[in-house]
Every structure is written in structure tokens, then in C-alpha cells.
Design a protein around this ligand. Structure first.
Ligand code: ATP
Ligand code: MG
Length: 201
């Protein structure tokens, strides 16, 4: 059985919070590799609020090249319409068949919303979920939600404490807009890409 992590996100831009989380889950859950999946059109974010997918894809590639266990997939950006995780997981299931188990990786904020996701029942059947701690979201709140999912959906969600990185893409975008430094919040290659392409101005 191949164990594959799926790290979904808008990655607008990708930062060390995403990278440290994916690496922590990879090593703690013995994953063979992690596939980063930049979202096409996120259902919960308005289109004009999200940077062109070609930029987000390239920044994700730049950020992950130094890790031999990280890959990037175009599966969502090449698919028409709004990106739903259920469709992505189903597509990966088709590609990998029964030879792989999938671990969907997400931060505490995302997992707290999981029960609002499309076809959450089917989703919980198709892959494992690993919820990572994220500064600003209490571990106790996360555990409460996991308990609730266990009770209502009869499925487990793994949780993992990862090195705390109080970094968000929203904050990085704001810093760029205000002309403040984004150094050490994200890989240098991504920082240069942002400057070169005049993103977030
Ligand atoms: P935005 O501020 O635009 O929402 P973000 O920093 O939350 O951006 P996303 O692309 O929305 O980044 O997040 C993708 C996934 O990574 C989500 O599951 C999110 O919970 C997780 N994540 C993002 N930042 C961190 C962090 N600092 N620590 C742990 N997990 C994180
Ligand atoms: Mg977010």
C-alpha cells in the first residue's frame, strides 16, 4: 500500500505554515509522499479575491522543489468549475486505485468546517483526515469537533500537533500591499516570484 498525503489549499501564496504542516504529517504518518493541490475556484472564496491559478501553481512548485517527497498536482486548476474536495479525492482514487491510502491534510481552521463540506460522508469513507494544529485555533476546540465527528459520522479524524507557525497567506498579502517585509515567512524563491510579478500590490 502506498500512503499518499493530499495537501489542499489556495496557496495564495504558499508559506512555511503549509510546508511545515505537510512535512510533519508526512513523517508522523509514514507517508510515501505528499501531493500539494492548489485549488481552482475555492467554493468559499470569491473569484476576484483569488490570484490567478497559474501564479499559485508556480509558487507551489517553487516552494516544494527542495523536498523530494513533495509533488504538485494541477488536478483542481485544470478542472472546470468550483473545486470540491470530494471530486478531487474521487479523481485521485481513480488514478491510484486500491493500491494507495489517501491522507487529506488540513489545518485546524479548515477541519473545523469540514462538516459543511460537500458530501462529507462519502469523503470520510474515501480518505483519512489529519488535522494539524494552527496558531489561533485552540486544540481543545479542534478535539471537540473531532469528538463530534466521531459521534455523528462514526469516523475518526487524526490530529497532530505541528510546530506553531503564526503565518497566513492573508497576512503575507497584506504585508506586500503595505510594503512591509515578508522575509522568513515563506521560501525565498516564492518571495522573489511575488516581487518579480508584482503580486498583491
Ligand atoms: P488565507 O489566509 O488566504 O486563507 P491560509 O494561510 O489559511 O490562507 P490556505 O491556502 O487557506 O492558507 O490553507 C491551506 C491549508 O493549510 C488549510 O488546511 C489551512 O488550515 C492550512 N494552514 C495554513 N496556514 C497554516 C499554518 N500556519 N499552520 C498550520 N496549517 C496551516
Ligand atoms: Mg485559509
Amino acid at each position: 500500500m502506498t500512503r499518499i498525503g493530499i495537501m489542499g489549499g489556495t496557496f495564495d501564496p504558499i508559506h512555511y505554515g503549509h510546508l511545515v504542516t505537510a512535512e510533519a504529517v508526512r513523517t508522523n504518518y509514514n507517508l510515501d509522499y505528499v501531493i500539494f493541490v492548489p485549488t481552482g475556484k475555492p467554493p468559499h472564496k470569491k473569484e476576484y479575491e483569488v490570484t490567478d491559478s497559474s501564479h499559485r501553481y508556480l509558487m507551489t512548485v517553487l516552494a516544494t522543489v527542495t523536498n523530494p517527497f513533495f509533488e504538485v498536482s494541477r488536478i483542481e486548476i485544470d478542472r472546470e468549475g468550483v473545486s470540491y474536495t470530494i471530486d478531487t479525492i474521487k479523481q485521485f482514487k481513480q488514478i491510484f486505485g486500491n493500491k494507495a491510502s489517501l491522507f487529506f491534510i488540513s489545518g485546524a481552521d479548515a477541519i473545523l468546517e469540514i462538516i459543511t463540506w460537500k458530501q462529507v460522508d462519502a469523503l470520510l469513507d474515501l480518505c483519512y483526515f489529519v488535522a494539524a494544529t494552527r496558531p489561533g485555533y485552540e486544540l481543545s476546540e479542534l478535539n471537540k469537533k473531532i469528538e463530534y465527528i466521531k459521534k455523528v459520522y462514526k469516523r475518526n479524524i487524526y490530529s497532530l500537533e505541528v510546530p506553531a507557525m503564526a503565518i497566513s497567506s492573508t497576512d503575507i498579502r497584506k504585508r506586500v500591499k503595505e510594503g512591509r517585509s515578508i522575509k522568513y515567512l515563506l521560501p525565498e524563491s516564492v518571495e522573489h516570484y511575488i516581487i518579480k510579478n508584482g503580486l498583491y500590490k
